[in-house]
Design a binder for this molecule. Structure first.
Ligand SMILES: Nc1ncnc2c1ncn2[C@@H]1O[C@H](COP(=O)(O)OP(=O)(O)OP(=O)(O)O)[C@@H](O)[C@H]1O
Ligand SMILES: [Mg+2]
Length: 290
């Protein structure tokens, strides 16, 4: 089975759209970081966005969540236009964002302030979320007492605590050891597919192409200058996915190839020497392409 490009006939695309953006663009001053981006997530879908460093992936996620106001275009959640930040869309940021003067539990409870729930319920929810990310023994610790990976797990717990419908994940696992990262990947993935949770879809930004193939149903490729979405690739592998599936690495190769060669407006972001790596792809090369 060769890696496939999503077509209109893909049965997954028959489900209801969840988060949609059309013509999205963002400029710092007069300089567009990305423009004319269209993206759709469907219910029970895990989508990934990949692209070279500096191509605007983090800015794109922030614009999707309306944490910054897009310069052009529109965002819709479940058919309604998004015009301001909403607890229905949560984001785990690339740089670890915990408040140093608050304990782990208070950091997570912060996400529940906009919900009209009592303190006892907020405490219970935050403890449950910290337990989920493996920090049940650290609820009263302050960020300075934690490792980078632990602080990142607090950020993930906070993003999940608000019971979002869409979870935006900006390289959420880079600070974690592989074992913890793998547990969290599976946990977040199962939350997206669990009908009892509010979470309906997730968008992951990652430079780890193995992680992308493990998790994503579809992958959007950003590239160009200014960036736009230059391709969309469906990952058609049975779950749970492991590298033991002979087609797993075909997809990794395909994504690697996309990143190395794809360009828009005829301009490559990556110079040719990196593209040469494609001739002899190796797992190490894929992991270290950044
Ligand atoms: N506050 C800012 N003012 C001006 N330019 C900015 C600002 N923040 C980011 N940029 C620029 O926007 C571009 C996109 O940045 P962004 O962080 O979104 O890229 P990215 O794809 O997430 O990169 P990486 O993979 O390294 O995380 C970069 O060229 C960056 O220099
Ligand atoms: Mg980024």
């Amino acid at each position: 089975m060769a890696p496939c490009v999503v077509t209109r006939g893909d049965s997954r695309l028959l489900s209801k759209p969840e988060l949609v953006c059309r013509g999205l663009g963002f400029a710092f001053g007069a300089n567009y970081v990305f423009q004319n981006c269209d993206l759709t997530t469907f219910k029970d879908e895990f989508v990934a966005v990949i692209g070279p460093t500096g191509s605007g992936k983090s800015t794109f996620l922030r614009a999707l969540a309306y944490l910054i106001t897009p310069t052009t275009g529109h965002v819709f959640l479940d058919g309604e236009e998004v015009k301001s930040p909403s607890s229905r869309i949560s984001m785990v940021h690339q740089s670890i964002a915990t408040f140093p003067w608050m304990t782990a539990q208070d950091n997570v409870k912060l996400a529940l302030r906009c919900k009209k729930i009592c303190n006892g319920e907020a405490t219970e929810t935050s403890r449950k979320m910290l337990d989920l990310v493996g920090l049940s023994g650290h609820v009263d610790d302050y960020p300075k007492e934690m490792s980078g990976g632990m602080r990142q797990r607090v950020s993930i717990a906070r993003a999940l605590a608000a019971s979002p419908e869409v979870l935006l994940l900006d390289e959420p696992f880079v600070h974690l050891d592989e074992l913890t990262a793998n547990i969290l990947r599976q946990e977040i993935h199962s939350l997206v597919f669990n009908p009892e949770t509010s979470l309906k879809s997730a968008i992951l930004v990652s430079h780890n192409l193995h992680e992308v193939v493990q998790l994503a149903d579809r992958v959007y490729v950003m590239n160009g200058s200014p960036s736009t979405i230059v391709d969309e690739i469906g990952i058609d592998l049975p779950r749970p996915r492991t590298e033991r599936n002979p087609h797993f690495l075909d997809y990794v190769d395909q994504l690697y190839h996309e990143l190395s060669l794809k360009n828009c407006n005829g301009r490559l972001r990556h110079p040719q020497p990196e593209a040469k790596l494609i001739e002899q792809p190796s797992r190490t090369a894929h992991r270290a392409y950044r």
